[in-house]
Design a protein around this ligand. Sequence first.
Ligand code: NDP
Length: 297
Amino acid sequence: MKILLLGKNGQVGWELQRSLAPLGELVALDRHTLGGLSGDLASLESLRSTIRQIAPDVIVNAAAYTAVDKAESETELASRINGLATGVMAEEAAALGAWLVHYSTDYVFNGQGVTPWLETDLVAPVNHYGASKLAGEQAIIASGCKHLVFRTSWVYGARGNNFAKTMLRLAKDRETLSVIADQVGAPTGADLIADVTATALRQVMDQQHLSGLYHLAAAGEVSWHGYATHVIEFAQANGEQLAVKAVDPIETTAYPTPARRPLNSRLNTQKLRDNFSLHLPDWQSGVTRMLMEVLNK
Ligand code: NDP
């Protein structure tokens, strides 16, 4: 089996390089051109030509325009990368009879209510990033290609920057932190997403009826404030010297950003767990693992 991985150095892409390796021949690209192959999603024709040259059995797209606030001003670029480029992959996958694995977001929803979102719930993005990711999903479905689209939330990886590392850095210097308490979701490890992807891919190879859209997130829920508190308490319990004395809850309205954020990022993952016989661990277990790595424990 030949697998083309796009976005190999992002949080999820990095973990996919590991989890997909045992499944077959892996061609992993970032946005740069390598040996005549280009993984730059902003250049639609080079992307199309790269897919044709490789002729993969599976395309896994971990590349995306993920700068949520910047997407409000760079609308055309965000739409090209998240919408149009995904459409090119879908068309080429359909023509090749290949599978397309793609990642989307809870930001396709408007964030109202407190009920975890189902795959069948009405979509209504509140910012341009969400709209551009929705355009990508719709292009995949319209193409008729075999696909796995995983909507996920609050992704972190041990490599690179993440929310927990930012909190730890701030907690070393400041006595008080103010963190948003009215946005609720489930921090989900890039390693978990990559492992679920590999497990699901193995299963769909001989069960094509499993093609579809799935919600994928760690179990449980927490606000950003609860997440920050958890991280700081864990670090202190493990001997980190922090200046912080209080983590104050604030409302989203107290922290204005260019892009609006949905308040309810809860995802119902029943469909994924049932169709693939999967267990999704609670968010604390993945975060603890990441913190152990970050703190070198
Ligand atoms: P990252 O931002 O860590 O990685 C995105 C990758 O896409 C980066 O490696 C980036 O490369 C690459 N990229 C950006 N523009 C281009 C381009 N023009 N051509 C090729 N590559 C490009 O994202 P995550 O790993 O966190 O996200 C993976 C998926 O999950 C995405 O589809 C995202 O929308 C989705 N998701 C993410 C969430 C999150 O909290 N992060 C939440 C919900 C969904 P470079 O480093 O060179 O810019």
